[in-house]
Design a protein around this ligand. Structure first.
Ligand code: IFM
Length: 476
C-alpha cells in the first residue's frame, strides 16, 4: 500500500488524534490484583450469553502487557489515548475504600502515557458495574448513581492531576436498553420499566459524578460519551415514518441530550412511554443535579438506521442491529420497524454510511453551537485475514476510516467545533456478546499468543496523525 500520494483533507492545528479501548474488553486478569466481579463477568460466564461462550477473563491480557501497548500508542504518534477504569478493579464491591493494587495499575498506565507525551482520557464507566451493585438493584436503583459519584470522587483524588479529560459514562444507551430491556448485554434483564429507570439514574450518575470530580478538582475537564443513532424514514413522504424517526430519536438521543444539556426529559418521550412507566423515579431537583456544564461532548458514531411505522407483518427486530435480542431495546416506541439499510455492511451487519457522521455532528452544532465535540469512537469490524508474511491488508477498514474521518472534516468545514477523533479500537478485543469473533482493532491481537501485529490501517492512521492530513487509501 502506498500512502504517500493523493493526500486529502487537512485538519485544524491542534486537532486531537487518538484511539480508544475499554477495561473489560482488553484487560483480562479478571481475578487478579484484588479485582471484584462485574456484571460482565457474571453475564459472559452464563451459558448462551456470548458467542462461543467467550469471556473477558483473559481478553488481550493488557493488564500484563500494558507497557508493550503503551509502546504501540507512542509508535502510532497518538496525541491522546482513551481508556476506561474498571470500577470493580479499584472498588471491588462498588462501595467503600479503594483497592490500592487496582489504583496502582491505572496510576502506572497514566504515568506511562504522560511520559510518552500522550494525553490520558479516562472513562469512569464503560459497562463493568461491580456485581454487588447489580445485586443491590443495578442502574434501575437510584443508589447506584450515588455509589458512582463516590467512586468518581475517589478516582479524581487518585489520578485527577494527571487526567486530561474525565468521561463519566460511555454510551449509557447501551447500559440502559441493552442491559435492562433487550437483555443482550449484562446484566441481561428484560424489564422495560427498569430500562427507563436506568436511563434516568445513568443521567443522574453523570451529574453527581461530574460534580464529585469538580469538588476535588475545580478545573477538571468533564465529559460524557453518547452513542448517537441516526434514524431516517423509509419513506420520506410518510408522516407515520417520520413519527417513527421521532420516537427512536427520543429514546435513543434525546433521552440523554435533554436532561444532560437542556435540563429536562423531552415531553414526547414521557408520553410515548406512559404505558411503560409513570417516571415517578424522577425526583424533584433531579434536573438540576443532572445538568452540569461539560467541557466537551463525546460522540460515538458507527452507522445509520432506516425506520418506519410497522406494517403488522414483517419481523420487526431483524434490522435494528440487535435483532437476536430477547426483548426489544425500543421500549414504548410503539409500532416501529427497522428496515435493513442499503449496504455495504461491516462484519457487525451495520451499514456503512459516513454521511451520518456529518449529520450527527452538524445536528449537535446546530442545537448546541457553543459545545465542543469530540468523536470518541468510530471504526469497523471486518473479517481480517493474515497473509503468509504475517500482514493484515485491511483495505476495507482503511476505507471506512478514511471516509468517516473525511465526514468529520466536512462537519468541521460546516462550522462544527469538533476537537478530535478517536479510532475504535486500538486493538482487537472482546466485542461484548460477540466475543472475540468481531475484530475492530487497527492492531491485530493473536488471542492464543497475545502477539500484536499492526494492520495496514494502523500504518495508515500513523501517517494521518503525523501529517494531520488524510492520507490516500490506495496506491493512487
Ligand atoms: O466495542 C464497542 C464499544 O465498547 C462501545 N461502542 C461500540 C463498540 C463497537 O460495538
Amino acid at each position: 500500500m502506498n500512502t504517500t500520494a493523493n493526500h486529502g483533507r487537512e485538519f485544524p492545528e491542534g486537532f486531537t488524534w487518538g484511539s480508544a479501548t475499554a477495561s473489560y474488553q482488553i484487560e483480562g486478569a479478571a481475578q487478579e490484583g484484588g479485582r471484584g466481579p462485574s456484571i460482565w463477568d457474571t453475564f459472559s460466564h452464563t451459558p448462551g450469553k456470548t458467542l462461543n461462550g467467550d469471556t473477558g477473563d483473559m481478553a488481550c491480557d493488557h493488564y500484563h502487557r500494558w507497557e508493550e501497548d503503551l509502546g504501540h500508542i507512542a509508535d502510532l504518534g497518538l496525541d491522546a489515548y482513551r481508556f476506561s477504569i474498571a470500577w470493580p478493579r479499584v472498588q471491588p464491591g462498588g462501595r467503600g475504600p479503594l483497592n490500592p493494587e487496582g489504583v496502582s495499575f491505572y496510576s502506572r498506565l497514566v504515568d506511562g502515557l504522560l511520559e510518552r507525551g500522550v494525553k490520558p482520557v479516562a472513562t469512569l464507566y464503560h459497562w463493568d458495574l461491580p456485581q454487588e451493585l447489580e445485586d443491590a438493584g443495578g442502574w434501575p436503583a437510584r443508589d447506584t448513581a450515588y455509589r458512582f459519584a463516590e467512586y468518581a470522587e475517589l478516582m479524581a483524588r487518585e489520578l485527577g492531576d494527571r487526567i486530561d479529560t474525565w468521561t463519566t459514562l460511555n454510551e449509557p444507551w447501551c447500559s440502559a436498553y441493552l442491559g435492562y430491556a433487550s437483555g443482550v448485554h449484562a446484566p441481561g434483564r428484560t424489564e422495560p420499566a427498569a430500562a427507563l429507570a436506568a436511563v434516568h439514574h445513568l443521567n443522574l450518575a453523570h451529574g453527581l459524578g461530574g460534580r464529585a470530580i469538580r469538588s476535588v478538582l475545580p478545573d477538571a475537564r468533564v465529559s460524557i460519551t453518547l452513542n448517537f443513532h441516526v434514524p431516517r424514514p423509509v419513506d420520506p413522504s410518510s408522516e407515520a415514518d417520520h413519527d417513527a424517526v421521532r420516537r427512536v430519536d427520543a429514546l435513543a438521543n434525546r433521552a440523554f441530550l435533554g436532561p444532560l444539556l437542556d435540563g429536562a426529559f423531552p415531553t414526547d418521550l414521557l408520553s410515548d412511554t406512559e404505558e411503560v412507566t409513570d417516571w415517578s423515579f424522577v425526583e424533584d431537583g433531579d434536573a438540576g443535579l443532572i445538568r452540569i456544564p461539560i467541557d466537551v461532548l463525546g460522540v460515538n458514531y458507527y452507522s445509520t438506521a432506516l425506520v418506519r411505522q410497522w406494517d403488522g407483518v414483517s419481523d420487526r427486530g431483524a434490522a435494528d442491529g440487535h435483532g437476536d435480542a430477547a426483548g426489544s431495546p425500543w421500549v414504548g416506541a410503539g409500532d416501529i420497524e427497522f428496515v435493513r439499510p442499503p449496504g455495504p455492511y461491516t462484519a457487525m451487519g451495520w451499514n456503512i454510511d459516513p454521511s451520518g457522521m456529518t449529520e450527527v455532528l452538524m445536528r449537535l452544532h446546530r442545537e448546541h453551537p457553543e459545545l465542543p465535540l469530540m468523536v470518541t469512537e468510530n471504526g469497523a469490524a471486518f473479517e481480517d485475514t493474515v497473509s503468509e508474511a504475517g500482514a493484515v491488508h485491511d483495505d476495507r477498514r482503511v476505507a471506512y476510516l478514511h471516509d468517516h474521518i473525511d465526514a468529520v472534516g466536512a462537519a468541521v468545514d460546516g462550522g462544527a467545533d469538533v476537537r478530535g477523533y478517536f479510532a475504535w479500537s486500538l486493538m482487537d478485543n472482546f466485542e461484548w456478546s460477540y466475543g472475540y469473533d468481531r475484530r475492530f482493532g487497527i492492531i491485530r491481537v493473536d488471542y492464543k499468543t497475545g502477539e500484536r501485529t499492526w494492520k495496514d490501517s494502523a500504518h495508515w492512521y500513523r501517517e494521518l496523525v503525523a501529517r494531520n492530513q488524510l492520507p490516500a487509501t490506495d496506491g493512487g
